[in-house]
Ligand binder design. Structure first.
Ligand SMILES: NC(=O)c1ccc[n+]([C@@H]2O[C@H](COP(=O)([O-])OP(=O)(O)OC[C@H]3O[C@@H](n4cnc5c(N)ncnc54)[C@H](O)[C@@H]3O)[C@@H](O)[C@H]2O)c1
Ligand SMILES: [Zn+2]
Length: 377
C-alpha cells in the first residue's frame, strides 16, 4: 500500500515509518517540522535520512491545515494515518487556538479532501489519547461504588491526593480503564483529541471507510522531543537527570499511568493500517500495567546509576488526574495487539537517545509558563 503518515517526522510517526517501510509499504510523510518539536531545522530529521536516500519515503514539508499541502500528500494514497497534532496538556490551556487550529482544522481538512478520494482510501487511522478519559476507572473498596468524587482544590491544597468515592468518601482503588468509560474532558488538548476521534469515526461510518481511533496511553522511547517541555514525563525526567538536576515531581509521585513503548505503539498502528476490517473501532493502546511517576524516575536513575533524588513539589496542576491505565482487552480481541516491551526494557533506548541529543532543559521554562498563566498551585 501507499500510506500517508501525517506528523511522520515526529516521535511516534518516525517509528511507524520505520516499521511500514520494513513491511514493504510505500510511505508519504507530511510534516511541518514544528519548531517546538524539531528545533529550528527545516529539513527532515536525520533518522528519516536513510529512507529518503533509499527512495522508500516521500517527504513533504507542509501543513495539515493547508489544503494544497495535504492534497499533494494524498496523491496515490490507499491508507491514511493521521498523527500530526500539537501535543501537550498544559500548553493547550494557554494556547487554545493553536491546539484547536492544528488538531481540529487539520482533521477537518483531511476529511474534506478524502470525500473525493473515498474510493481509493481503504483505511483511516487517527491518533487519539487516554487524556480524554480524565480520571481512569475506579472501584470503592468499601461500598463497591464506581463513581469518582471530585479532587477539590481544598483537598489538593491539604495534600490529599487520592480520588474519593462519591458514595462513601473512602479512597477509590484504580481499575483498568475500558473504552466504554465516558470521556471527561479536562483540558483543551483532550477536547481536541476527542473531537478528532469523533470527526473521523462519523466520517468513516458515513463513507464506509474502515476507521480506527487509537487511544494511546503514555508513550515513551527514543526520538521523543526533549525540546518540548509539555510532553512525555519520562523524557522530561531524563533531560533533568542528564543535566545533573533532580526531576520535579508533582503531588507525591504516587500518581500512576500506563507507560507504553513507542515500538509497541508503532506496531499497533501498523496492525490497524493493514487490518482487513470494516466499520469503526475505538481502541486503547496501552500495556494494562500501572506505574507510578516515582517508579519512572527510579527506573531511569537505576539505569543511569545515579543517586539524584526526585524533588517532590507537593504542587498540583489544574486538570491533572490521579490514576489512569488501560484495559487492553479490546485491542487484543480486534487486532490481536498486546504490548511486548516493559518500561525497564525501554529505558536503555530512551537514555541512549537522550545522550546523543542536546538535552536542552526546557522543563523550567515550561513550568514558568504554566505558573505565569496561573495553572500551577
Ligand atoms: N506521545 C504520547 O504519549 C501520545 C499519547 C497519546 C496520543 N498521542 C498522539 O499521537 C500523535 C503523535 O504524537 P507524538 O508524541 O509523536 O508527537 P510529536 O510532536 O513528536 O509528533 C507530531 C508531529 O506532527 C507535526 N506537526 C505538528 N503540527 C503539524 C501541522 N500543522 N502540519 C503537519 N505536521 C504537524 C510535528 O512537526 C511533529 O513531527 C499526536 O496526534 C498525539 O496527540 C501521543
Ligand atoms: Zn464508597
Amino acid at each position: 500500500m501507499r500510506i500517508l503518515v501525517t506528523g511522520g517526522a515526529g516521535f511516534i510517526g518516525s517509528h511507524l515509518v520505520d516499521r511500514l517501510v520494513e513491511r514493504g509499504h510505500g510511505v508519504t510523510v507530511l510534516d511541518n517540522l514544528d519548531p517546538q518539536v524539531h528545533g529550528k531545522g527545516t529539513t527532515a530529521p536525520r533518522y528519516l535520512e536513510g529512507h529518503l536516500k533509499a527512495g522508500a519515503v516521500r517527504f513533504l514539508h507542509g501543513d495539515v491545515t493547508v489544503r494544497e499541502d495535504l492534497a499533494r500528500a494524498l496523491d496515490g494514497v490507499e491508507a491514511v494515518v493521521h498523527l500530526a497534532a500539537t501535543v501537550g496538556v498544559g500548553q493547550s490551556m494557554y494556547q487554545p487556538h493553536y491546539y484547536t487550529h492544528t488538531n481540529g482544522n487539520g482533521t477537518g481538512m483531511l476529511l474534506e479532501l478524502l470525500v473525493s478520494r473515498r474510493d481509493h482510501v481503504k483505511k483511516l487511522v487517527v491518533a487519539s489519547s487516554m487524556s480524554l478519559y480524565g480520571e481512569g476507572a475506579y472501584r470503592c473498596p468499601g461500598c463497591r461504588g464506581t463513581t469518582a468524587g471530585e479532587r477539590t482544590t481544598a483537598r489538593l491544597e491539604a495534600g490529599t491526593w487520592e480520588v474519593p468515592c462519591a458514595g462513601c468518601g473512602r479512597d477509590l482503588e484504580p481499575q483498568p480503564t475500558p473504552e466504554t468509560k465516558p470521556a471527561e474532558i479536562a483540558s483543551v488538548y483532550a477536547a481536541t483529541k476527542k473531537h478528532q476521534e469523533d470527526l473521523c469515526v462519523s466520517f468513516g461510518r458515513a463513507y464506509r471507510i474502515p476507521t480506527f481511533a487509537l487511544r494511546f496511553f503514555n508513550v515513551f522511547g527514543s526520538r521523543q522531543s526533549l525540546n518540548n517541555p509539555y510532553t512525555g514525563v519520562a523524557a522530561i525526567f531524563l533531560s533533568r537527570f542528564l543535566n545533573g538536576r533532580p526531576p520535579l515531581v508533582f503531588e507525591d509521585g504516587l500518581q500512576s499511568r500506563d507507560f507504553i513503548d513507542v515500538r509497541d505503539v508503532a506496531r499497533a498502528i501498523q496492525l490497524a493500517a493493514e487490518f482487513a476490517a470494516t466499520g469503526e473501532h475505538v481502541l486503547n493502546v496501552g500495556t494494562g500495567r500501572r506505574t507510578s511517576v516515582l517508579d519512572v524516575a527510579r527506573a531511569l536513575a537505576g539505569h543511569l546509576r545515579i543517586e539524584v533524588q526526585p524533588e517532590l513539589l507537593g504542587k498540583f496542576r489544574a486538570g491533572d488526574i490521579r490514576h489512569c491505565f488501560s484495559d487492553p482487552s479490546r485491542a487484543a480481541a480486534v487486532l490481536g495487539f498486546r504490548a511486548e516491551h516493559t518500561l525497564e526494557e525501554g529505558v536503555p533506548a530512551l537514555v541512549e537517545w537522550c545522550r546523543g541529543e542536546k538535552a536542552d532543559d526546557a522543563v523550567e521554562r515550561g513550568l514558568a509558563e504554566l505558573k505565569s498563566a496561573g495553572l500551577v498551585q
